[in-house]
Design a protein around this ligand. Structure first.
Ligand code: DAH
Length: 367
């Protein structure tokens, strides 16, 4: 019996000393495996006289149960130890600073969007929105372009069939400009109105300065006694702030838009050389937006009495502004999702545009 006691001590010590699951398994096999010490003793019982066999059988069963318990406890300890070591090795220190070289960049369109919102926001304009998929009423009719109006041909429209109607006039469009937001705003708000509506617009066109999807920002001001002088002052302040210049020559050329009367295009002074476009000085002019006094028919379509209220409106291309301000030659590259391009033309996401903190954050001058 002393033998059994010392055997038990020996086996339990081997189990306790196992430092990993491999050593643990060796200890298990040495005791309870096919040729293990306890197994051998059990096999040897067959030769004993009956009484001793019964006694020995009981003792060996108790011993086996104790060993099994010790094995299970040790295995649990080792598994926990192994898991803790693995967790310690795989820890990520989330308190580390971000790696600058993998930082994302802000797309020039988003940057211009931010800049335009910052400038007009400072003047008290709110940002308004409308759907990309429009009905023809909002995109054309209410803007003084009834069916068959020649001005509809000015824009190469993408039409979307209306499942509920075969009538072409009922088909939808992807908006060709942001001007329908003028109508949607008049429908939902009472004057005084002072909004800008930046967003996506669509036309069937594709070359270095045109892409089928592009961005515009619309402006609309409606109140009593609004005149062309308000329009001019507002847009002059805008271009100065936008191009980050104290002074800039501007002129308004008479133009035609169905939704404004009178209509104008605004040009800014610049100098065009073979290699460079310098904004703010020189003998050349660059068209940057369309504008005018809101046509009485448009006010009426929006439910506003033109004898009581007047307004001005303007519209410009955000992508075109980005090309001008940041010297990007081809519009198509804007939408190619090339990270090298974005790295070159993009902006630091932490430099948010504001009128007080800096607009383009590039030292105050266009790149
Ligand atoms: N919707 C015009 C276009 O896409 C731009 C425009 C011109 C908007 C004059 C206006 C405006 O609000 O007054 O070409």
């Amino acid at each position: 019996m002393e033998n059994l006691e010392s055997l038990k001590a020996e086996i339990l010590a081997a189990i306790a000393q196992a430092q990993d699951l491999k050593a643990w398994d060796e200890a298990r096999v040495a005791a309870l495996g096919k040729k293990g010490k306890v197994t051998e003793l059990m096999k040897g019982m067959g030769a004993l006289p009956v009484e001793q066999k019964i006694e020995m059988g009981k003792k060996l069963n108790v011993l086996k149960a104790e060993i099994e318990q010790a094995l299970e406890n040790r295995r649990n300890e080792l598994a926990e130890k192994e898991m803790n070591e693995k967790l310690a090795k795989e820890t990520i220190d989330v308190t580390l600073p971000i790696r600058d070289e993998v930082q994302g960049r802000i797309h020039p369109v988003s940057k211009i969007y931010e800049e335009v919102v910052a400038i007009f926001g400072e003047m008290g304009f709110e940002v308004a929105e409308g759907p990309d998929i429009e009905d023809q009423f909002h995109n054309f009719n209410a803007l003084n372009m009834p069916a068959n109006h020649p001005a509809r041909q000015m824009q190469d429209t993408f039409y979307i069939p209306n499942k509920n109607s075969d009538d072409f006039d009922d088909s939808y469009v992807v908006r060709t400009h942001t001007s329908p937001v003028q109508i949607r705003t008049m429908e939902s708000k009472k004057p005084p109105i002072r909004i800008i509506a930046p967003g996506r617009t669509y036309r069937s066109d594709y070359d270095a300065t045109h892409t089928p999807m592009f961005h515009q920002v619309e402006g609309l001001v409606i109140d009593k006694n609004i005149t062309m002088a308000h329009l001019k002052g507002c847009l002059y302040d805008f271009v100065k702030a936008f191009f980050e210049l104290d002074e800039i020559p501007v002129r308004y050329r008479p133009s035609y838009f169905p939704f404004t009367e009178p209509s104008a295009e605004m040009d800014i002074g610049c100098l065009k050389t073979k290699s460079e476009l310098k904004i703010g000085a020189g003998t050349d002019w660059l068209e940057i937006l369309g504008c005018g006094m809101v046509h009485p028919n448009v006010l009426r379509a929006g439910g506003i009495d033109p004898d009581e209220y007047q307004g001005f409106a303007f519209g410009m291309g955000i992508d075109r502004l980005a090309m001008l301000k940041y010297g990007i030659p081809d519009l198509r590259t804007f939408f190619e999702s090339d990270v090298r391009w974005l790295k070159h033309y993009g902006f630091n996401p932490l430099d948010f545009s504001s009128m007080t903190g800096g607009l383009s954050n590039n030292g105050g001058s266009a790149r």
